[in-house]
Design a protein around this ligand. Structure first.
Ligand code: 4NP
Length: 157
């Protein structure tokens, strides 16, 4: 099983959206026995909470289920997961400080889409303050497609 962890700050807006969208693409591709997704936050203020209603509304509109609860990223996530993908550079810096020579690939989530020439930006802006959840969704879809393509090529799935 290839294990993928999406990481943002609160684990209520961006990373749960990425987890849900990516897992849905994996399921649609018939790869749910090969790839699994989870998400976590670098902050612990929202631990145990449902995702933000902005994220849940966007997911519902696209018929994508999600009922995860926020959790704080743990040191062992950085060895348990094969890929740990940061929504922006601040999370990447946090993860890199906590990565100690593990085989885990730690990267910016959008770096795969940028590499594929699909995007110029490499960070998913935080919709928590400006409410731009539709823009977040568009970036998450593009990022998830590119990352799934990357995994399929790399692991011959
Ligand atoms: P997220 O958004 O990192 O995408 O889940 C945020 C959620 C909560 C806060 C900031 C960003 N907060 O300050 O509580």
């Amino acid at each position: 099983m290839i294990k993928v962890l999406f990481v943002c700050l609160g684990n209520i807006c961006r990373s749960p959206m990425a987890e849900a969208v990516f897992q849905e693409m994996v399921n649609q591709a018939g790869l749910s026995q090969q790839i699994m997704a989870d998400s976590a936050g670098t902050g612990d203020w929202h631990v145990g909470e449902h995702a933000h209603h902005g994220t849940l509304n966007v997911l519902k509109r696209h018929n994508i289920p999600y009922n995860g609860r926020a959790r704080h990223v743990q040191p062992r996530d950085l060895t348990d997961f094969d890929y740990v993908l940061a929504m922006d550079r601040s999370h990447l810096a946090y993860l890199e400080r906590h990565t100690k020579g593990a085989n885990t690939e730690v990267a910016l989530f959008l770096s795969y889409a940028k590499q594929a020439g699909l995007l110029t930006e490499t960070e998913v802006p935080d919709p928590y303050y400006d409410g731009k959840f539709n823009e977040t969704y568009d970036l998450v879809v593009t990022g998830s497609r590119a990352f799934l393509d990357y995994l399929r090529r790399k692991h011959q799935l």
